[in-house]
Design a binder for this molecule. Structure first.
Ligand code: MN3
Length: 198
């Protein structure tokens, strides 16, 4: 059985950048729904019992066809959001440090250039989806609740949810404003840890 992970901070911790209202609905309703529907799908396919969420998503071809779409969408939703909560913190530093900072500056001309590139990719996701930073510091996007691991790519080290449910209550249609605010709460310590370990 998969379960909803606790947040490392309170619903109101991200202040004006992402409101308590959004955080509470996003975590306790949206993410919970992904978990519930994932569990129902796994119940229908007992051969999947005991597999981790990464194992399921990285090998969707071997998930029985009758539950494959639900596991892709809701398992992807569970996996992506479980990471997304970790990618944010109320105690954010403004920029990465150490090897990650150095390597971002090698790949992009400076940190702001990286931020602009990532933001641009996230703004341009058509409809619902995610923008990701990969371990090679490339930026990719996926539709819906897809994740690069479904395409046999590595686990991303940072990701941004650009579904309307992630920002509409605070920013209405202004996705770019949400993205600008989100940079203030990015948990660079977490991203650095994932970068060093991949
Ligand atoms: Mn979401």
């Amino acid at each position: 059985m998969f379960s909803l992970p606790d947040l490392d901070y309170s619903y109101d911790a991200l202040g004006t950048y992402i409101s308590k209202n959004i955080m509470e609905l996003h975590h306790s309703k949206h993410h919970q729904t992904y978990v519930d529907n994932l569990n129902k799908a796994v119940d229908k396919a007992p051969e999947l019992n005991g597999k981790t969420i990464e194992e399921l998503l990285a090998d969707l071809d071997n998930v029985p066809e009758e539950v494959r779409k639900v596991i892709r969408n809701h398992g992807g939703g569970h996996y992506n959001h479980s990471m997304f909560w970790k990618f944010m913190t109320p105690n954010a530093k403004n920029e990465p440090t150490g090897k990650l900072a150095d390597d971002i500056k090698k790949k992009y001309s400076n940190f702001q250039d990286f931020v602009d590139n990532f933001s641009d990719s996230a703004v341009k996701v058509f409809g619902s989806g995610w923008a990701w930073l990969m371990p090679d510091l490339s930026i990719v996007t996926t539709p819906n609740q897809d994740n690069p691991i479904m395409e046999k790519k590595p686990t991303p080290i940072l990701g941004l949810d650009v579904w309307e449910h992630a920002y509409y209550l605070d920013y209405t249609y202004k996705r770019a404003d949400y993205i600008s605010a989100w940079w203030h709460v990015v948990n660079w310590d977490e991203v650095e840890k994932r970068y060093i370990n991949t």
